[in-house]
Ligand binder design. Structure first.
Ligand code: SF4
Ligand code: SF4
Length: 179
C-alpha cells in the first residue's frame, strides 16, 4: 500500500530534554559525530526536534550517483550503506542538514524512521522516548487538522523537497502580572 508516513511535532509540548536524541543514538548505535535526530532551541522557551523528513521529493535520492537511496511504499526514505561511497553530495543537497557523514565508516547515514522497529509493530525510538508526546507519526496522506501547519519560522524552505512533517505551532501563552 502506498502512503506517506511523516512526523508530527508539537512545539508547545517539547521541553528540550533531548530524550529523543539520546534514544535515537542508543537505538541506532551512532557515533558521537553522527546525529540522526537533533534538538535545537527556537526561542527562549521553545525547541525543535527534527530528523530526516522522508520528503515526497527527496533531493538526497535525486543527487546520489550510486542510487543508494530508495523510498518505501510507506514513504520512508532509506539509504543503503553498502552502496554509499561517502561522496557527500546528499549532505550538500538536503535543505535540512539531515545526512550525516560518519568519519569512522567514511559513509553517510541518516534517520530511517526506525523501520526495523515499525516492521515489528513498534513506534520509532524517538517517539517512544518522548515523555511529553511532542513527537508523533501519521500517514500524512490522510492527516487533517485545522491547527497543524506545514512549516514554522526557523524551518528551512520546504518547497523544494516537500518534507513529510507537520507542526503544531506554539500558541500565545497567557502571562500573569503581579501589581
Ligand atoms: S524527548 Fe520530547 S520533550 Fe524531550 S526534547 Fe525530544 S521532543 Fe522535546
Ligand atoms: S530530509 Fe533530506 S535526507 Fe531526508 S528525505 Fe528529505 S532530502 Fe533526503
Amino acid at each position: 500500500m502506498v502512503k506517506q508516513m511523516g512526523f508530527v511535532f508539537n512545539i508547545d509540548l517539547c521541553i528540550g530534554c533531548k530524550a529523543c536524541e539520546i534514544a535515537c543514538r542508543n537505538e541506532n548505535q551512532t557515533v558521537s559525530a553522527v546525529k540522526w535526530r537533533k534538538v535545537s532551541k527556537l526561542t527562549d522557551d521553545t525547541y525543535l526536534s527534527i530528523s530526516c523528513n522522508h520528503c515526497s521529493s527527496p533531493e538526497c535520492f535525486r543527487v546520489c550517483p550510486e542510487n543508494a537511496f530508495t523510498k518505501r511504499g510507506d514513504g520512508i526514505v532509506q539509504i543503503n550503506s553498502n552502496l554509499c561511497t561517502g561522496c557527500g553530495l546528499c549532505i550538500s543537497a538536503c535543505p535540512f542538514g539531515v545526512p550525516q557523514y560518519d568519519p569512522e565508516l567514511h559513509k553517510v547515514s541518516k534517520c530511517q524512521m526506525c523501520y526495523p522497529r515499525q516492521d515489528k509493530g513498534f513506534l520509532p525510538a524517538c517517539i517512544e522516548a518522548c515523555s511529553t508526546g511532542a513527537i508523533g507519526m501519521e500517514n500524512l496522506d490522510n492527516f487533517c487538522s485545522r491547527e497543524a501547519v506545514s512549516t514554522i519560522p526557523g524551518f528551512p524552505d520546504s518547497r523544494l523537497t516537500n518534507p513529510s512533517i507537520v507542526f503544531y505551532p506554539a500558541k500565545k501563552r497567557k502571562r500573569y502580572f503581579l501589581n
